[in-house]
Design a protein around this ligand. Structure first.
Ligand SMILES: [Zn+2]
Length: 268
């Protein structure tokens, strides 16, 4: 049970080259040891047993200083790769054109995502998300079929999910596979990695060496793809096209002259 969270900040001298690092301590009555985590939004979280003296927390932070510095730098690098003015589709960043027509549609034409909507920013995001969901379902179903045939596996239902922390899930008993629709934002070879990974779980639960050997037979570079996903995938778990209020209602006469600002928004 989490009792409360306490926001603190690391002194400048702790992480060289960084002004100071905010971190949150989450107290728990269940934990026996201190756990460190850098979240997808790039925040340092320390889970500590209730009553841990501040000195013990300081020692734990000191012991993991290199890991913390590396993780924070990796998260920052991944976040900086996001092109704030674009919408992502299969690993490519596309400019977005807003038009106001009667039909609410999303289309990818000539290297631009054309969004027809005269609604609010929320409605525009909802419309775009629906488009992503359809694209994700179509592509993921097709890739699951492709790999399942190749791996000689029988697959049950395939479902799309709107998760903030995971990319896929396998329920071997029901032969069910679930995927995060956000996979459609990532390069196709990364989407394929998650498909092959979850399919392998139909044969091998957990991640023992046998699991990786089986996956490597279908995808010899699976560990490279996994590294990419761990390193650069996390900002996409939170990514959202944000439409500025000022530009959300386009001129009905035609496309907007000024491109509304789109930016990464942390909602963790
Ligand atoms: Zn797994």
């Amino acid at each position: 049970m989490r009792l409360s969270a306490m926001k603190l900040s690391l002194p400048e001298s702790f992480l060289p080259g960084q002004p100071s690092v905010d971190f949150t301590v989450k107290w728990s009555t269940r934990r026996k040891t201190i756990g460190l985590q850098v979240t997808t939004a790039g925040e340092l979280v320390i889970a500590a047993p209730l009553g841990t003296p501040p000195e013990t927390i300081r020692q734990a932070l000191e012991a993991s200083q290199k890991w913390i510095t590396r993780k924070l730098a990796q998260r920052r690098e991944a976040l900086n790769r996001i092109d704030a003015g674009k919408a992502y589709y299969l690993g490519q960043a596309y400019p977005v054109c807003f038009t106001a027509k009667n039909r609410q549609t999303v289309r990818l034409i000539d290297g631009k995502i054309h969004l027809n909507s005269s609604g609010s920013a929320d409605l525009i995001w909802h419309l775009l998300k629906l488009w992503y969901l359809q694209e994700a379902e179509e592509r993921l179903t097709q890739r699951v079929r492709h790999y399942a045939r190749f791996m000689k596996l029988r697959v049950g239902p395939i479902e799309m999910r709107d998760w903030k922390r995971r990319w896929g899930e396998c329920r071997p008993a029901a032969r069910m596979l679930r995927f995060n629709w956000r996979l459609v934002l990532l390069p196709p070879y990364i989407l394929d990695y998650v498909v092959a990974h979850e399919l392998t779980h139909l044969a091998v639960p957990g991640h023992p060496p046998r699991f990786w050997r089986k996956l490597a037979k279908v995808m010899p570079d699976c560990l490279e793809r996994r590294r990419w996903l761990n390193r650069y995938g996390s900002p996409f778990l939170l990514w959202k096209l944000e439409v500025e209020t000022a530009a959300k209602v386009p001129n009905a006469a035609g496309p907007l002259k000024k491109m509304p600002r789109c930016s990464y928004k942390s909602i963790d």
